[in-house]
Design a protein around this ligand. Structure first.
Ligand code: CP
Length: 302
């Protein structure tokens, strides 16, 4: 598969996703044997204007497993020429001269698209702003569902937490909307409900969804519980337990269902759930390496 940039989930078709997942399966064999030297003459720049552990490390690990090299700034807001007033566009034009692909996390919605507009090398969106997108997280989430549930058509998934601003759930909704008979259960406080651009998209594509305020009400119906983080300020005034999972909720989750989370978590998943084999969130992080290797190959072979 050849990709120019990776900016938003909508750019992927189902055949592209199938191909990407086959490539990711192949990457597992490469990781298991310690990597390859195939991309030893290629450089990835990771330009992060916001904090990150998983996305930055997994992209960097993916590039190293492919044999490539890395230029990294982990806090571009402080340690790049932004401090001297340089625009994002100028920084990207310059970094593109030093690298073969730019992985960017930006604090503004649309930051990655702006970067792609001026970049002479492929740009990958590693998350843009509150309420933007995080397409590579959504791709690894979908790959996790494909591996663990064995099908995406017909999957029933509860998305829980701050759905208004959570870029992972937004990107994942766009991807799931491309499959057949999917059912989405949005579980959010009234002030943080899924935004209308996503619900309009789902209605337009005839995707079934419902909105609830208590995970416990529907947990026995779903294949996947996708938890997201609620910041302390967002928890004020909400019903305790409604957006939280522990053994009292897990006992109603079907035996073959899974719990996912893009991480980092706050306290929305009790640590006692970690021991349950249905807790898939750490397996999910490993899938991130495989999917990001496949994405890097797809843009570098362009
Ligand atoms: N899931 C995710 O984007 O994590 P990081 O913020 O650590 O990259």
């Amino acid at each position: 598969m050849i990709l120019k940039h990776v900016i938003e989930s909508q750019q992927f078709t189902v055949p592209m996703l199938v191909e990407l997942f086959n490539m990711a399966d192949g990457m597992e064999r490469i990781v298991d044997r310690g990597g390859t030297g195939d991309y030893s003459n290629r450089i990835m720049a990771s330009l992060f204007y916001e904090h990150s552990t998983r996305t930055r490390f997994s992209f960097e690990s993916a590039m190293l497993r492919l044999g490539g090299k890395i230029l990294a700034t982990e806090n571009a807001n402080q340690f790049s020429s932004l401090m001297q007033g340089e625009t994002l566009e100028d920084s990207v034009r310059v970094v593109a001269n030093y690298s073969d692909v730019i992985v960017i996390r930006h604090n503004e919605v649309g930051g990655a698209a702006r970067a792609a507009e001026v970049s002479s090398v492929p740009v990958i969106n590693a998350g843009d702003g509150k309420g933007g997108q995080h397409p590579t997280q959504a791709l690894l989430d979908l790959y996790t569902i494909h591996r663990e549930i064995k099908t995406i058509d017909g999957v029933k998934i509860a998305m829980v937490g701050n759905l208004a601003e959570g870029r992972t759930v937004r990107s994942l909704s766009y991807l799931l909307g491309k499959f057949e008979r999917v059912k989405l259960y949005f579980i959010a406080p009234k002030t943080l409900r899924m935004k209308q651009d996503i619900t309009d998209y789902l209605q337009h594509h005839n995707v079934w969804y419902t909105e609830e305020e208590y995970l416990g009400k529907i947990v026995n119906e779903v294949d996947v519980v996708y938890m997201t983080r609620l910041e302390p300020a967002e928890r004020i005034g909400i019903e305790p337990g409604h957006f939280f999972i522990d053994e009292s909720i897990m006992k109603h989750l079907p035996h073959k269902s899974i719990v996912m989370h893009p991480l980092p978590r706050a306290n929305e998943i009790s640590a006692t759930v970690d021991r349950d084999p249905r807790a898939a969130y750490f397996r999910q992080t490993r899938n991130g390496i495989l999917v990001r290797m496949a994405l890097l190959v797809s843009v570098l072979d362009n």
